[in-house]
Design a protein around this ligand. Structure first.
Ligand code: MOS
Length: 738
């Protein structure tokens, strides 16, 4: 059932094929160098020390005894760490706080000292023995302890008159939904190795955004950006935790600068719960109203997320609410409440995943109020042709197709809508569904393509492959554009000395790098044309009239007029020719369309053992419109990974914060539950829709959309099985006991 798409009119060969990962052999043989693998002569090891109180200030840190311990080289505190310059704000990559600049404590677990020693063991031991005295202050830990502030990235939406729409309705739902704090926790522990040479810095780092780390470190330490190089050829997962230039990175760079030695800093697993962001607690007050036939008359979504004193929440909880369904009266309002809490940040499908839980659960409730099938309610309201806010046609929107194809494969029409009506032996069965939207993000990247006289090509960009398949899909695309085999294309990334690229974030990098490579190859064709001799049959052709095919430049209309790359370069006296390209986006207004994101429909079957409250997901059908699919095998993996994350969000994941101390009470993989293989059924992955018109490569991003909608579909299935409406995530056994 999995469909793949080629771009009409282009000579695709490799794009659309399920190629194995080009980096697979490196990974399975252990030769792929991750930041944690970096080691060098004379390298010291650093361990972060974190606060044991949630609010107040440090009154005393006695480090003199530590310095007599074996191997300990330095202990940095707010009293002796270098003073830092204010960093520039780099969108989502902003540094939340500058570490060790003062004695203030704003959350339990904050960085308060750094121990540097000859070995990691010595650093850990000294960090354990450090004695810190605090003047503790009352901590603000819960919603009511803080004030609501607007979010930096998302304006409120007010369309029509929600109160009038609420009054003139036949059915209404008003309820509050919540989601718990979840933590990204990529398997690869995050860390850095800093190597200074005067004002030059080589910085190996677990980052999703090398260019931002370079910019922020250069500014903070007052050194030229041109001399800072950030390297991350491989990253052991990110899910958003690698988007920010976290304080630990700054600590590592600072210690290495002072000590004039390479310093390696690796976070521990418990520190991964505290120092590299998370999906914060959220709360959503939702009102939906509709006429008897299901037509929505009012959508109101008032949401808030917990922020830290030093960093507001990213938000985006309401980002999708006004974009999916046609409704004349819509209000979305979103706020953050800053508390003595750990830094919130982006986590896979940030905001939109949580907001989706609220809205898609409320829609299920509304369907029952109306006595209408939940799928039918969606189909009657989806705004498939035009964006409901701008009124412009979507650049692509296959949400209706996602709903229909998913329902067909799942067998939705066989569902008995009455709660508790379906069973399998002693188990209660529930069937639930939800739609999904994840906004498109197409940031600017650049890339360089170099053709060599031996007929091979190098493609270079600074971005990262965080495990999603960037190495592979860009290799496939470049092979097609250059008329080469993938093995003739050498694609390297993860190095800020290469052409600037956007972050691996917002599911935007594949689209962004693809567009940059397409532009670079177009420029390269222009460069190759400049090498033609006057008698060439290609003479006078424009870059758009020629294509690269089978190692040669050819006239598109007449491929027999061709000259091999080797001949062209040799004739020009060159061994290689390079061209750079960058993303060139049409102005959306001028393009007369609304840039679409990914769409999806999720169908879930759950089985509940009513005696012990055990909930199992038995089947999932996940239909997604992500535009053109560059590699169906890797795209399918992305959707499965997102689905697993969605199951975790729905049923397991919850960082527990001690209400008195603000401490993470379950910061290990023994205590913080994630979905294991036994919790995940076979996932049927379907791709529907076709190439997007706004994105140059036709892609809309496939990394995050897979998670969105899963939790609501599970919750709606739980209601169908039990008649019990649960409005807070995660849904746990204790809530299902009868
Ligand atoms: Mo994603 S949360 O933008 O890495």
């Amino acid at each position: 059932m999995t469909a793949t798409h080629s771009r009409p009119g282009s000579p695709d060969t490799w794009v659309g094929q399920g190629l194995d990962r080009v980096d697979g052999p490196h990974k399975v043989t252990g030769t792929a160098p991750y930041p944690s693998d970096v080691t060098m002569p004379g390298m010291l090891h650093a361990m972060v020390v974190t606060s044991t109180v949630p609010a107040g200030s440090i009154t005393k840190i006695d480090t003199s005894a530590l310095l007599t311990l074996p191997g300990v080289r330095a202990v940095f505190t707010h009293e002796n760490f270098p003073r830092l310059n204010e960093p520039p704000v780099v969108a989502f990559g902003d540094a939340p706080a500058m570490p060790l600049q003062d004695a203030r404590i704003s959350f339990h677990g904050q960085e308060v000292a750094l121990v540097v020693a000859d070995t990691p063991q010595e650093a850990v031991e000294a960090a354990r023995l450090i004695e810190i005295t605090y003047a503790q202050e009352p901590a603000r830990l819960d919603w009511s302890d803080g004030v609501e502030e607007p979010l930096p990235y998302l304006p409120d939406v007010r369309r029509g008159d929600v109160d009038a729409g609420w009054a003139n309705a036949d059915a209404r739902v008003g309820a509050t939904y919540t989601t718990a704090e979840n933590v990204n926790n990529p398997l690869g522990l995050m860390g850095s190795v800093a190597v200074w040479d005067g004002d030059h810095l080589d910085f190996h780092d677990s980052t999703q955004w090398p260019v931002a780390v370079r910019k922020i470190l250069a500014a903070m330490f007052g050194v030229p950006e041109s001399g800072v190089r950030v390297l991350v050829p491989y990253l052991g997962g990110g899910f958003g935790a690698g988007l920010n230039t976290w304080p630990y990175k700054i600590l590592c760079a600072g210690a290495a600068r002072v000590l004039d030695r390479p310093v390696k800093l690796m976070l521990t697993r418990p520190q991964m719960f505290k120092l590299v962001g998370h999906r914060p607690d959220t709360e959503h007050r939702v009102r939906l109203a509709a006429r008897r036939d299901g037509t929505l008359t009012a959508i109101e979504h008032r949401a808030r997320s917990m922020g830290a004193l030093d960093k507001p929440a990213l938000g985006l909880l309401t980002a999708a609410t006004s974009q999916v369904y046609a409704c004349p009266n819509v209000t979305t309002v979103e706020r953050t409440v800053r508390l003595n809490r750990r830094y919130p940040a982006a986590m896979r499908g940030p905001g939109e995943a949580e907001g989706n839980w609220a809205i898609e659960t409320a829609l299920d409730e509304l369907a029952y109020e109306l006595g209408l099938d939940p799928l039918e309610l969606r189909l009657r309201n989806i705004s498939a042709l035009v964006h409901p806010g701008s009124g412009l046609p979507w650049s692509s929107n296959a949400l209706v197709e996602c709903c229909r194809v998913g329902a067909e494969v799942f067998g939705w029409s066989r569902r008995d809508p009455r709660p508790g009506s379906m069973s399998d032996g002693d188990l209660l069965l529930g069937w639930g569904m939800a739609t999904a939207f994840y906004g498109a993000y197409l940031p600017v990247s650049t890339a360089r393509v170099t053709l060599y006289a031996d007929g091979t090509a190098a493609v270079r960009a600074a971005g990262t492959d965080i495990g999603t398949g960037t190495y592979t899909v860009i290799t496939q695309l470049a092979a097609d554009l250059l008329g080469l085999q993938p093995r003739q294309v050498d694609f390297r990334l993860g190095d800020s000395d290469l052409p600037d690229s956007a972050q691996s974030g917002g599911s935007g990098l594949a689209s962004s790098l693809s567009a940059a490579v397409m532009d670079a190859v177009a420029n390269l064709r222009g460069g190759l044309l400049g090498l033609l001799d006057p008698a060439s049959p290609l003479r006078g052709a424009s870059p758009d009239e020629v294509v690269c095919r089978d190692g040669a430049l050819c006239r598109d209309a007449d491929p027999s007029a061709r000259i091999s790359f080797g001949d062209l370069l040799t004739r020009g006296g060159l061994n290689q020719l390079s061209a750079e390209g960058r993303v060139r986006l049409p102005d959306p207004q001028q393009a007369g369309m609304h840039q679409a994101g990914g769409f999806g429909a999720r169908y879930v079957e759950v089985a509940i053992d009513p005696l012990i409250g055990r909930l199992r997901v038995r089947r999932i059908v996940s239909a997604t419109d992500a535009g053109r699919i560059l590699n169906p095998k890797l795209a399918r993996s992305q959707i499965i990974g997102g689905t697993v994350g969605g199951i975790g969000m729905a049923m397991f994941e919850e960082t527990v914060t001690d209400p008195d101390t603000g401490r993470v009470a379950n910061g290990t993989f023994g205590d913080y539950l994630i979905a294991s293989c036994a919790d995940v059924p076979d996932v049927e992955v379907l791709f529907v829709g076709g190439p997007d018109r706004f994105s140059p490569a036709g892609t809309k991003g496939v990394g995050e959309i897979g998670l969105v909608g899963v939790a609501a579909a599970i919750g709606n299935a739980v209601f169908h099985a039990t008649g019990r409406r649960l409005r807070g995530l995660p849904i746990t056994i204790d809530q299902l006991l009868l």
